[in-house]
Design a protein around this ligand. Structure first.
Ligand SMILES: *[C@@H]1O[C@H](CO)[C@@H](O)[C@H](O)[C@H]1NC(C)=O
Ligand SMILES: *[C@@H]1O[C@H](CO)[C@@H](O)[C@H](O)[C@H]1NC(C)=O
Ligand SMILES: *[C@@H]1O[C@H](CO)[C@@H](O)[C@H](O)[C@H]1NC(C)=O
Length: 456
């Protein structure tokens, strides 16, 4: 039986996202709510707690002092900064952050990260998750040689002081709507009054592409030509004061960077080269305390005491009902969604490959899913001992916060010796990169969309 969008599913939505040609799809799917009103200025939980890492950086002189009503009072005049904003949930936002950090490295600017927003077209609201609360910013920054701050480190949203700033818009160049990205929650939360200038046409990857080119974006920063009005005369009045502003040179800001790459529309992560993953993403390691927390859940799932080591396991990310709205009208839902037997076959392949490559017989299997019940039912009928951390039973959200089920599931997947992923999920895709790069583990993907889509 397929359940459509139970509470559990909705909780998962913040964490699991989209597509190979995601930029193209987002173009279509985001159309209706681009300018929807948002109103949680300065009041959202978690917005104001400064990161430990921010304290460290302050001592080292990348920002003046504690967060100020105006971010401008907190940036050093002789240093340059770069930022962009998050939309679309866990995986896509992390890919956007990797692109941002890469551009920060190329332009020698201090990066200011937004918080992760638990939003996509079917899940609204929820708290911000600061990147530095799940990921080891100190390690990332040290490894890359790029100072990385978060918005909570530079601006105190409680004062509701309106900062006007001129930024660039990538989205208005590469998206059919020709408007800047309109669903950026942090602009409202941090009272940012942003007036955009469209990227010049040459910042596009190629004429027909829905992505901007990371190297060209870096070039925009060094090119002073935007002061020449003939170079680009497409600008948009600002979000609050309705003013026109030239792009700021102190804070280089861009509306949206998920759809940015260097080779193909989707190469940031989904190509054999995966340049943004290799350059930046692979160094986004989990914080040690989050790994420890994840391990305690895993021990429970495998029925182990706290002193016992966690066995090697194969992981599968089974994303199902969240994809239901992409199923073709003519295809019955049960035929369209990824099939348990297809995952089972792929798990066997992974098991054989691990044995071949590493001489280990890995028999434990862990599942992560937005719709686990039908899959577990199938597993039980077919004698498969597939384990699951049931966040509903564990009350993970209630105990730790709304982001934890998605965040912990991502950590579980990253610890696997091999992984089976669901095709077109970027959450799956990033997880598979972690297993490949961090654990030298094999990966397979399960196709879906019609009956027996994964037969091979
Ligand atoms: C701060 O500076 C010290 C000494 O130069 C260095 O070891 C440390 O890595 C720096 N930390 C950060 C977060 O930049
Ligand atoms: C400026 O705008 C005009 C009319 O809106 C357009 O024809 C022209 O191509 C634009 N110039 C540039 C450099 O974008
Ligand atoms: C791996 O272990 C399982 C279960 O113990 C067993 O059935 C299988 O034959 C083993 N495979 C290899 C290659 O040893």
């Amino acid at each position: 039986m397929v359940r459509i969008l139970t509470l559990r599913d909705r909780r998962m939505l913040g964490g699991v996202l989209i597509f190979t040609s995601a930029c193209l799809l987002i173009t279509m799917l985001f159309s209706p709510n681009l300018n929807e009103p948002i109103s949680f200025r300065g009041r959202r939980t978690g917005m104001t707690a400064v990161s430990e890492y921010g304290r460290l950086l302050r001592r080292n002189g990348t920002v003046h002092r504690r967060p100020m009503p105006s971010f401008r009072d907190n940036l050093w005049p002789d240093k340059k900064y770069i930022t962009s904003w998050a939309a679309e949930g866990w995986a896509n936002e992390q890919i956007g952050f990797a692109n941002l950090i890469w551009i920060g490295k190329l332009t020698d600017r201090i990066v200011i990260l937004d918080g992760l927003q638990p939003q996509n077209w079917r899940m609204k609201g929820g708290d911000t998750l600061w990147f530095g609360d799940f990921f080891d910013l100190d390690y990332l920054s040290g490894k890359l040689g790029v100072p990385i701050l978060e918005w909570r480190d530079v601006k105190d949203p409680r004062a509701e002081y309106v900062d006007s700033v001129g930024c660039w818009s990538s989205w208005s160049l590469t998206n059919d709507q020709h408007r800047p990205r309109g669903d950026l929650k942090s602009l409202d939360a941090f009272s940012l009054d942003v007036g955009y200038t469209r990227f010049p046409g040459w910042a596009r990857l190629r004429d027909s592409d829905v992505s901007s080119n990371i190297f060209k974006i870096a070039q925009i920063d060094t090119y002073d030509g935007y002061r020449d009005s003939t170079w680009n005369n497409v600008s948009f009045e600002s979000t609050i004061s309705k003013k026109w502003m030239l792009p700021d040179q102190h804070l280089f800001c861009i509306d949206y960077l998920f759809c940015s790459s260097i080779l193909h529309d989707w190469d940031a992560y989904d190509s054999p080269h995966a340049p943004s993953w290799r350059q930046i993403g692979q160094h986004m390691r989990w914080r040690a305390d989050k790994v420890k927390l994840a391990q305690s859940y895993l021990r429970k799932a495998f029925g182990l005491r706290s002193s016992q080591p966690i066995p090697e396991f194969i992981a599968m990310h089974v994303r199902r009902t969240d994809f239901a709205h992409w199923c073709d009208q003519g295809v019955p839902l049960l035929d369209c969604l990824p099939q348990p037997h297809a995952f089972s076959r792929r798990v066997d392949e992974i098991q054989a490959e691990i044995y071949e490559r590493h001489g280990k017989n890995v028999t434990h299997v862990l599942m992560v899913s937005d719709d686990p019940d039908p899959v577990l039912e199938w597993a039980q009928k077919n004698g498969k001992d597939w384990r699951l951390v049931d966040h509903e039973v564990e009350k993970t959200s209630e105990v730790h916060g709304g982001w934890y089920p998605a965040g912990l599931d991502a950590i579980f997947l990253s610890m696997a010796s091999g992984i089976v992923r669901t095709r077109t999920s970027t959450y799956s895709l990033v997880s598979a990169h972690r297993v490949e790069t961090w654990n030298d583990g094999p990966q397979r993907q399960v196709a879906w969309g019609r009956k027996n889509a994964d037969d091979h």
